[in-house]
Design a protein around this ligand. Structure first.
Ligand code: F6R
Length: 610
């Protein structure tokens, strides 16, 4: 996820772009850049690091003068954060310069096609392929509109671009597919932005671009075109939100915004390894030969990443029939256990900086074990030190309590599970195709669950004064219970415990009091009855039963106090759905308690101390 901007008018573009980028920095902050079109020249300033580094370098914009320009704040997906990979990117003769948000899925194919026409590449980004594809068509078609329409028909993925064409002074162009792009209309000036928050200080008159729509900005004049190049008409809208709410996409908290970004995070993470009908992990160091050679897997992580690993343990073991151990990084780093040399250590971390996880990874490496990091932050320490990296595509996560990064970690682990199962001959082609389709179906089902969030908000009101809660489940459902319980306790400060359902009667049951929340997760058909019995044991001691189960599960329908059904999916992937109502419940209880949801007490986003 990146922040992108365009401006044309009478004022100095650089200061407007820098101010707008500051408001977009929550979308990405590993590098920043601007390009200004002035007197037939395009001047570019960009670098790795926070926007402040760029601002200081160009003296708050004074060193790059001109009244038409584009800007970018980056969250790396393809190519590590570096000066070269920072946007804007340009065609070799600087005829076309662009910033980009999103992913060009077929960038390898585009690069290969362009290479045959003499193009060379200087960055590791997917963006450069797109810019040069537009340039390729521009050289033939001679107009920005024709070049863009032609190129976007050939680009797969979700994206938006904002572009300058050197020979079209005073003009900024844009196009979008699946990701937001907003045009703003001021007096004698116009704007483009990936998020309305970036331009709200300058104008509240905006147009929302439709998918595959192209926009042309001139001073105070905005025009739209469809993908065939025909002019379209759009109604202008007045934005009534305040700038603060706009940054959160209209949500009250970043956490809720990120909960709503999960479908996209899952789609993009899986999409990054799914090419031409197949899961391809070769870039992650997992060739078919390497996959066959793995004798066992250690998954090492902390907190929610550990919970994602706990789900993965069940999924990989069951699908690929390979032994998997889930290890807490803080314990693993001090254990002296015999490790199998042919094992693979999978290190899961959103930030890529967690001290215990990093130390545990180093320990695995010292033992000669190959390490694969599943990390969200490109260029983070764990990503740099691991033997190979599988980047999750969640984009920057601002709320301290993770939601979308956890979901993206699950998607990455599912991809590995299915690939391992297929390569090792446990499943055939048809089953592999079926499982892939199930994973691809998850984003839509996640959104379906979010449509029903109102009922959980009402339910949360009941627990404003609650003191304890239990989350029960077996197998994958136990792993989900751990994550649901953590979400509840860390943001609402309601003490909760996750218990493997069969363990409850070995002690914890003595804590159950009248009205205490006992949440049961039931997505694994073969275990419905077992978990239902444990839930009934809780009910007979006064527990308030919340059941989160797959549609079609009839167990406890008459005994539970509240049932939330999630759509059906292959049971291996049900965690991705069952976790959503649990995240929402934790969120709503915290809101009902008037707590600081995004910044819970005593917690930090990145735990870089032991
Ligand atoms: C909980 C949460 C933490 C992190 C843990 C590991 O919502 O976010 O439990 O999962 O601190 O952090 P990373 O994934 O950055 O290694």
């Amino acid at each position: 996820m990146c922040g992108i901007l365009g401006y044309t008018g009478d004022r100095q573009a650089s200061s407007i772009l820098l101010a707008g980028l500051e408001r977009l920095e929550y979308r990405g902050y590993d590098s920043a850049g601007i390009a200004i079109l002035d007197n037939g020249n395009i001047k570019i300033a960009k670098n790795k690091g926070r926007l402040k580094v760029l601002e200081d370098r160009i003296n708050a914009g004074e060193e790059v003068s001109g009244t038409c320009g584009i800007g970018h704040t980056r969250w790396a997906t393809h190519g590590e954060p570096s000066d070269v990979n920072a946007h804007p990117l340009w065609s070799d003769d600087m005829a076309v310069v662009a910033v980009h948000n999103g992913i060009v899925e077929n960038y390898r194919e585009i690069r290969a096609m362009l290479a045959e026409h003499g193009y060379t590449f200087y960055s590791q980004t997917d963006t450069e392929a797109a810019v040069k594809l537009i340039d390729y068509h521009y050289k033939k078609e001679k107009t920005p509109l024709k070049a863009i329409t032609q190129a976007i028909k050939e680009i797969d993925g979700s994206y938006c671009f904002v572009l300058l064409f050197r020979d079209f002074p005073g003009e900024v162009w844009g196009a979008r597919k699946d990701l937001p792009l907003i045009a703003g209309q001021g007096k004698g000036e116009s704007f483009l932005a990936s998020d309305v928050s970036a331009i709200l200080h300058d104008t509240r008159q905006v147009y929302y671009l439709d998918n595959m729509e192209i926009v042309q900005l001139k001073k105070g004049n905005v025009r739209f075109f469809d993908v065939e190049g025909y002019a379209t008409h759009k109604e202008i809208s007045e934005v009534t939100w305040d700038a603060n709410a706009a940054e959160k996409g209209g949500f009250e908290h970043f956490m809720m915004k990120e909960i709503h970004e999960q479908a996209r995070a899952v789609k993009d993470t899986f999409g990054a390894v799914y090419h031409s009908g197949k899961i391809d992990l070769t870039e992650k160091g997992l060739t078919d030969e390497a996959i066959r050679a793995v004798s066992q897997i250690y998954i090492i992580a902390c907190g929610s990443a550990y919970h994602a690993g706990a789900v993965a343990q069940y999924v990989i073991e069951d699908l690929a029939k390979i032994p998997v151990r889930i290890e807490m990084a803080s314990e693993f780093r001090y254990r002296d256990m015999p490790m199998d040399r042919n094992a693979l250590a999978v290190i899961i971390s959103q930030s890529g900086e967690t001290a215990d996880t990093l130390a545990a990874m180093r320990r695995a490496k010292e033992n000669g074990i190959k390490t694969l990091a599943v990390v969200n932050v490109v260029g983070s320490t764990i990503a740099r030190e691991a033997d190979s990296v599988f980047y999750t595509m969640a984009g920057p996560e601002i709320a301290v309590a993770t939601t979308k990064a956890y979901s993206a970690q699950l998607a990455a682990c599912y991809a590995m599970a299915v690939k391992f199962a297929h390569v090792r001959g446990v499943i055939d082609d048809a089953e592999c195709t079926r499982l892939i389709a199930e994973i691809q179906g998850l984003p839509e089902k996640i959104d379906e669950i979010l449509d029903e969030k109102g009922s959980l908000e009402e339910l949360a009101g009941r627990f404003v004064n609650a003191r304890n809660a239990f989350y029960l489940g077996r197998n994958i459902d136990y792993a989900v219970a751990m994550e649901g319980s953590l979400k509840m306790k860390e943001i609402s400060y309601l003490h909760s415990e996750a218990i493997a359902a069969g363990e409850m009667k070995h002690g914890p049951i003595s804590l159950i009091e009248r009205g205490m929340l006992v949440a049961g997760i039931m997505t694994q058909k073969g275990l419905y009855q077992k978990t239902a019995s444990n839930m009934l044991e809780a009910k007979s001691r006064g527990g308030f039963l919340l059941v989160v189960s797959s549609r079609g599960c009839e167990y406890l329908k008459d005994d539970a106090d509240f049932v939330f059904h999630v759509p059906e999916t292959d049971e291996h992937f049900a965690a991705s759905l069952a976790v959503i109502p649990l995240q929402l419940l934790g969120y709503y209880v915290a809101v009902a308690r008037k707590l600081d949801v995004d910044k819970p007490r005593n917690l930090a986003k990145s735990v870089t101390v032991e």
